[in-house]
Design a protein. Structure first.
Length: 456
């Protein structure tokens, strides 16, 4: 078989098709990648390369577009999506993966385009990527000191609108530190199921497979895993001894602070990591009602509750964009969690496609929806209960603005005084008592959460 006719490697074939699905269909990278790897029956080494190509290309797309702009005669935005995806993936291998020979990156990209029916663009791709292989080291990226916005956009791969926002909100070095952190591969964290094990016992168990595992810095049930391996495939996961959950997400439940025997309402529960954490806290003498507007996503909550042995966690389809159903409004819960749907910009390390999907005009729409959900869910809170509003993003519209609007409309509520919040969280509280975590400071997702209570 001639070199030109040799098929592209399976890992690159899967990665290119996943990137195209993300670009054209709005698919989530993790779900599309998992499905693609299963369908192609990739070997472990190929799975690693496919994952690297998908996530790396999405994370570094801003820098890759900047570099490609120096070697393309046609603007990248004017090319067909499949061609743009292939060029970015090829450029990622050339400029970011030292272990892959540049010639292989060029040739595999050209073959990949032919395999998906875009052979007419193979000449363009071949010429552009060969020029890139020759020139990319001499292409100067914008310096932070000279142009902070251009540096955040073209060197640190943020969309232009977000680069402008961060440059206007933070000092240049802090903005760059955040942008760099959002390019990093996130740590894998798990939460020990305190009903079936302890964190120390789980650490001893998992260190046999993950020797560098260690306790999380702030989350009392959390562990950080390092090295290769899939914690979902370990016996302890199937036995319900732990759940995968980022440390920041675990800290939201710490802020809620559910107690044994309490009744808790999780208003936007799917996929269920916080709902199950709450159920582990309240125990068999308590009750957790986990609601979501999507029936299928609630199935994920129920499945995890069964695995973890949480029979007192109940799921129900409820759309909090509308007032609570009458029978639910008649109940009163000790604690209510509103982990509202949001832009997700605080999770860009693990969902890099969001940096190219979220638009500035989305924020006002999301904030209005978040306010409505918070307003409606608050009706379920008992007289002396605690209400936590949380989002995995750092945009002011979705953070303080939602809470301030809620308090203006609900004078019967107030922020819980900082000295009444769990002591372990106080290093993470801002001047107004809101929990804020940052990847560049705490190596976890960027979360915002506020605990509210009924005013005396």
């Amino acid at each position: 078989m001639s070199e030109a006719a040799r098929p592209v490697t399976a890992a690159r074939r899967v990665a290119l098709r996943v990137l195209l699905r993300v670009q054209e269909e709005g698919a989530y990278a993790d779900l599309a990648l998992r499905a693609g790897m299963v369908q192609a029956q990739l070997a472990p080494r190929e799975r690693g390369l496919a994952t690297e190509l998908v996530y790396g290309t999405l994370r570094m797309r801003g820098r890759l577009d900047f570099l490609l702009g120096h070697v393309l005669d046609t603007p990248l935005a004017e090319l067909e999506p499949a061609v743009a995806c292939a060029l970015r993936m090829g450029a990622y291998q050339i400029a970011c993966l030292e272990r892959i020979p540049e010639r292989a990156a060029v040739d595999e990209t050209v073959r990949g385009l032919r395999e998906i029916g875009f052979g007419r663009a193979s000449g363009l791709a071949n010429a552009a990527l060969r020029r890139l292989a020759e020139r990319w080291r001499s292409i100067a990226l914008p310096e932070l000191a000279d142009d902070p916005v251009a540096h955040l956009r073209d060197a640190l791969s943020l969309p232009g609108w977000l680069a402008e926002r961060l440059a206007g909100r933070f000092e240049p070095e802090e903005a760059a530190a955040l942008a760099r952190a959002l390019l990093a591969v996130p740590p894998r964290c798990v939460r020990a199921n305190r009903l079936r094990t302890t964190r120390d016992a789980l650490l001893d168990e998992l260190r046999r497979r993950f020797p560098d595992a260690d306790a999380c810095r702030f989350a009392p049930d959390g562990l950080r895993l390092a090295g290769r391996g899939d914690p979902v495939r370990e016996p302890g996961f199937a036995a319900g001894r732990y759940t995968l959950q980022d440390e920041a997400s675990q800290l939201v439940v710490e802020l809620l602070d559910p107690q044994p025997g309490e009744r808790v309402f999780d208003a936007c529960a799917a996929p269920g990591t916080k709902a199950t954490a709450i159920a582990e806290r309240v125990g068999a003498g308590g009750r957790v009602l986990a609601t979501d507007r999507h029936f299928r996503r609630l199935g994920l909550v129920a499945r995890d509750a069964e695995r973890l042995g949480l029979a007192w966690l109940e799921t129900r389809v409820v759309d909090l964009a509308r007032p609570l159903p009458r029978e639910l409004a008649a109940e009163r819960f000790d604690r209510v969690l509103v982990d509202a749907p949001c832009s997700g910009l605080g999770t860009l390390r693990r969902t890099p496609e969001l940096r190219w999907r979220v638009l500035p005009e989305d924020l006002a729409r999301l904030a209005e929806a978040q306010f409505q959900i918070l307003h409606h869910a608050a009706a379920a809170l008992g007289a002396r209960g605690a209400l936590v509003y949380s989002v995995c993003t750092f945009t002011p519209e979705e953070n303080e603005a939602v809470v301030d609007a809620f308090l203006a409309r609900q004078p019967g509520f107030r922020r819980t005084p900082p000295d009444a919040l769990p002591a372990a969280l106080r290093p993470l509280l801002d001047e107004r008592g809101a929990l804020r975590t940052w990847p560049q400071r705490h190596d976890c997702d960027a979360f915002f959460a506020v605990r509210l209570e009924r005013a005396a």
